[in-house]
Design a protein around this ligand. Structure first.
Ligand SMILES: Cc1cc2nc3c(=O)[nH]c(=O)nc-3n(C[C@H](O)[C@H](O)[C@H](O)COP(=O)(O)OP(=O)(O)OC[C@H]3O[C@@H](n4cnc5c(N)ncnc54)[C@H](O)[C@@H]3O)c2cc1C
Length: 307
C-alpha cells in the first residue's frame, strides 16, 4: 500500500485507533471480504475530517464504510484505507412546537434501527418505513435508502458533507436525490451528518407503524439470512427484477455458497462460506439470463469494495 508507514505513523502520533489486516467479512452483512490493510473506526467527526484531509493531502485512496449492509467486499486483501463511521452517533433535536415541526440532526454512523428507536421515544414521526433497513444514516443518505414508497431523501433539510477540503451543508435540492441515488454516490464526498424534518407524533402510533413495516419485511424477505438486501435496482418500465428472476425459475440457484433466495428472488444469500467471486459470478449469471429473455441488463444496487 502506498504511504503505508507514513499513515501508520500519523495515526499513532494523533492517537487515532486503527487495526491492521482487519477482516472485512466482520463488517459486511453478507459476511464476505478479505482483509483491509488499514481499518479505522473513527471516534469523532474531528478525527474523521482530520483523516480525510490527511489522506487527500498525501494522495491516498480510502473507502467509507457505514454498516456494510449494501457492500460486497473483494476476497483479496484491500489496499485502500477503510474508514468506518459506526461510532459517530451524536444527535440533536430542534423544533418549532407551535408549528408542530421538528428537526433532528444525526451524525452519519448512527444505525437506522437505533435512530428509529430514538424517534419513537421522542415522538417524532415520518421515518417509520425505514425501521428494518439495517444501514447507517450515512449509508442511507448515500443510497437514498427507501421502502414502501418513501425514501430518506424525502425528509432531508440538509446534509453535512466533507468534500476533501471543506465542510459544507448541502440542501435537499442540491443533493439530487432520486431512486437509490444521490450526489454522494460514486463521488469523493463524505456524509458527516444529516438534518431531517419530522413531525410530532404519538409514540404508540410510531411503534405501531414501525412494527407493521418490520413485519412486512419478515414476511417477504430472507431477513434471517446473510445478504446485502436487494441485489439489483428497479429498472424503469419493467417489472421488479425479483419477479423476472422468479419467472425464470432461478430461485434457489447456487454458485458455490451464494444462492438466489428461495423466499425473495431479488436477494442473494450466503448459505455458508460464499466468496465474493461466487456472488459476482451469480450476479453475472442473472444479468445474462435477464438479457437473454428480456433484452436489458439489470444494474446492481450493491456497492463493490475492491476489484
Ligand atoms: C436484510 C436487508 C434489507 C435491506 N432492505 C433495504 C430496503 O428496504 N431499502 C433500501 O434502500 N436498502 C435496503 N438494504 C440495503 C442497505 O441496508 C441500505 O442501502 C443502507 O442504506 C446501506 O447503509 P450502510 O451504512 O450499511 O452502507 P454501506 O454498505 O456501509 O455503504 C454503502 C455505500 O454507501 C457509502 N457510504 C456509507 N457511509 C457513507 C458516508 N458517511 N459518506 C459517504 N458515503 C457513505 C459507501 O461508501 C458505499 O458506497 C437492505 C439490506 C439488508 C441486508
Amino acid at each position: 500500500m502506498k504511504n503505508y508507514s507514513k499513515i501508520i505513523d500519523t495515526l499513532y502520533q494523533n492517537k487515532i485507533q486503527y487495526k491492521i489486516d482487519e477482516n472485512l467479512s466482520k463488517h459486511t452483512s453478507i459476511k464476505i471480504g478479505g482483509k483491509a490493510k488499514i481499518f479505522v473506526e473513527v471516534k469523532t467527526e474531528k478525527e474523521l475530517v482530520f483523516l480525510l484531509k490527511y489522506l487527500s493531502l498525501i494522495d491516498t485512496k480510502y473507502h467509507i464504510l457505514g454498516n456494510g449492509t449494501n457492500t460486497l467486499a473483494c476476497d483479496d486483501d484491500f489496499e485502500e484505507v477503510v474508514i468506518c463511521t459506526k461510532a459517530l452517533k451524536w444527535y440533536k433535536v430542534s423544533g418549532d412546537t407551535s408549528k408542530n415541526l421538528f428537526s433532528i440532526y444525526i451524525q452519519s454512523g448512527m444505525g437506522l434501527f437505533e435512530l428509529n428507536k430514538k424517534l419513537r421515544t421522542l415522538g417524532l414521526g415520518g421515518l417509520e418505513f425505514s425501521y428494518g433497513i439495517p444501514g447507517s444514516v450515512g449509508g442511507a443518505v448515500c443510497m437514498n435508502a427507501g421502502a414502501y414508497g418513501k425514501c430518506i431523501g424525502d425528509f432531508v433539510e440538509y446534509v453535512k458533507i466533507f468534500d476533501g477540503e471543506r465542510v459544507l451543508k448541502i440542501s435537499k435540492k442540491n443533493m439530487l436525490f432520486s431512486y437509490r441515488q444521490s450526489l454522494v454516490q460514486n463521488s469523493n464526498l463524505v456524509v458527516l451528518g444529516v438534518k431531517l424534518n419530522l413531525q410530532k407524533s404519538d409514540s404508540k402510533d410510531i411503534e405501531f407503524l414501525q412494527k407493521q413495516y418490520f413485519q412486512k419485511r419478515l414476511d417477504s424477505q430472507p431477513y434471517d439470512k446473510l445478504s446485502f438486501g436487494s441485489c439489483f435496482k428497479r429498472y424503469e418500465g419493467k417489472e421488479p427484477i425479483s419477479k423476472l428472476i422468479d419467472d425464470l425459475g432461478l430461485k434457489g440457484y447456487r454458485i458455490g455458497d451464494a444462492e438466489i433466495s428461495k423466499k425473495h428472488a431479488g436477494f442473494i444469500i450466503n448459505i455458508g462460506s460464499a466468496t465474493c467471486q461466487d456472488v459476482r459470478l451469480l450476479i453475472k449469471y442473472i444479468q445474462e439470463k435477464i438479457f437473454e429473455h428480456y433484452g436489458f441488463v439489470p444494474e446492481p444496487e450493491v456497492k463493490f469494495l475492491g476489484e
